[in-house]
Design a protein around this ligand. Structure first.
Ligand SMILES: NC(=O)c1ccc[n+]([C@@H]2O[C@H](COP(=O)([O-])OP(=O)(O)OC[C@H]3O[C@@H](n4cnc5c(N)ncnc54)[C@H](O)[C@@H]3O)[C@@H](O)[C@H]2O)c1
Ligand SMILES: [Zn+2]
Length: 386
């Protein structure tokens, strides 16, 4: 029997900005300093930098640049420490990196009025964001993403995570950043695979929402492959904008529902990342996952053979390898188990986003396993021939 109840309701407005620049740590670039000044106009704020080793290795002067920048902008930034940690998916696979960031936050007395500034790929930013979110129940985070995928997707949203129990993103929180700074100079040092991988997320968002954007990518497939910076900038800008718009306008910023259209192609991607011991980049796996779900969408009669060939052809022209890393029936079955694991991660009813045409998302709530197995075989055959 209920005796009484007290109702509680409040809402919290969130606002953050994604800035585009180059040379973020050039002394005369005041962007970072201005962002911090806006928060505290009259006093220097403590900052702790967490830097992806993959970035520090190819930008050897970054540590001295950061120190010089903070010295020049000492009225806003009080540099505490720059920690260099291994990036890549391995940084999300054990608690070592999280512990290191937490230790850095503790030892440098970073409080909720100070900043952690994460510089690196999506993995290091996810991991650092998680540590920042749980320290003192959340210290402020500025993200400086350095890969295509992190600039157009991983770093622009409200989530952070690490992997646990052999599952991608098992631990994590929803924690909007204070700001994000995309510096295009970092992209110049990416390996070709990381330059391409992030385009998969742009293809994803274009396929579910924007036919014209997909055609832009299609027309510039070779420019993208050849590292045309202007084209890449447009693709990153548009993709980031669409992701941010979906979060603010899609009606479910903290993903309480079961539908997650931005995870088109991701049930298979997450499983393949795990099955290959993360030797596949997230974006590479997403490209394969999208190709698989498109092939399935064709087999269930949602898209024409012509559309399927067009989309797969664009992905190949950009340089994606669309073959699935499956060497036995047991591995195929393991991949298929990814569908149920995906449902579990989201909770509620199974919802897999497919498309019913380029730019038109279409949710389904059941997957025909026989047809999905056929899609796997059909895609692998296609990928071997092309
Ligand atoms: N939180 C989210 O909403 C969200 C969304 C999408 C993806 N993600 C996560 O993002 C991660 C993938 O991110 P990613 O594709 O950036 O890969 P990544 O972070 O694994 O980085 C790939 C490699 O590039 C190196 N690197 C980073 N910047 C570089 C640079 N400028 N020059 C040379 N090398 C550089 C890294 O050290 C690493 O070895 C996955 O863990 C994925 O789950 C998160
Ligand atoms: Zn993704």
């Amino acid at each position: 029997m209920q005796l009484s109840s007290i109702k509680q309701t409040f809402s919290v407005p969130y606002e953050y900005q994604l800035h585009f620049t180059h040379g973020v740590f050039h002394i005369d670039n005041s962007l970072l300093s201005d962002i911090i000044r806006e928060y505290k106009p009259n006093e220097a704020v403590k900052v702790l930098f967490v830097i992806d080793k993959g970035v520090a290795d190819v930008h050897p002067s970054i540590l001295s640049q950061i120190e010089a920048y903070c010295a020049a902008h000492h009225k806003q930034l009080k540099h505490t420490k720059s920690m260099v940690l291994h990036g890549g998916e391995q940084s999300k696979n054990s608690s070592e990196a999280i512990d290191a960031v937490l230790k850095g936050i503790n030892e440098n007395a970073i409080c909720r009025h100070s900043f952690v500034i994460a510089i690196g790929g999506g993995a290091l930013i996810d991991m650092t964001g998680y540590a920042a979110a749980i320290a003192h129940r959340g210290v402020k985070l500025i993200r400086i993403p350095t890969t295509v995928l992190s600039q157009n997707d991983a770093a622009v949203g409200v989530k952070n995570s690490v992997n646990s129990f052999d599952k991608k993103n098992f631990l994590g929180t929803f924690a909007p950043p204070f700001a994000i700074i995309n510096d295009s100079d970092f992209l110049k040092t990416l390996e070709q695979r990381d330059w391409i991988a992030g385009v998969a997320e742009a293809i994803k968002v274009a396929l579910i929402k924007d036919n014209e954007f997909f055609e832009y990518i299609a027309e510039h497939a070779v420019d993208l492959k050849n590292r045309d910076m202007e084209v890449m900038h447009h693709v990153i800008y548009k993709c980031a904008e669409m992701h941010m718009h979906h979060i603010s306008q899609g009606g479910d910023p903290f993903e309480s529902g079961s539908s997650r259209p931005l995870d088109f192609g991701h049930w298979a991607a997450h499983k393949m990342e795990y099955m290959t011991n993360y030797s596949l980049r997230h974006g590479e796996a997403v490209a394969k996952g999208i190709a698989l779900d498109l092939t399935y969408a064709h087999l269930v009669g949602l898209i024409t053979e012509r559309d399927l060939q067009h989309i797969l052809g664009v992905m190949l022209a950009i340089g994606f390898d669309l073959s699935l890393p499956l060497n036995s029936n047991a591995e195929t079955e393991e991949l298929l188990r990814g569908i149920e694991e995906f449902r579990e991660h989201l909770g509620g009813e199974l919802t897999i986003t497919l498309i019913s045409g380029i730019g038109k998302k279409y949710d389904v709530h059941t997957i025909d396993m026989t047809l999905m197995s056929q899609a796997i075989a059909k895609l692998n055959k296609y990928a071997t021939v092309n």
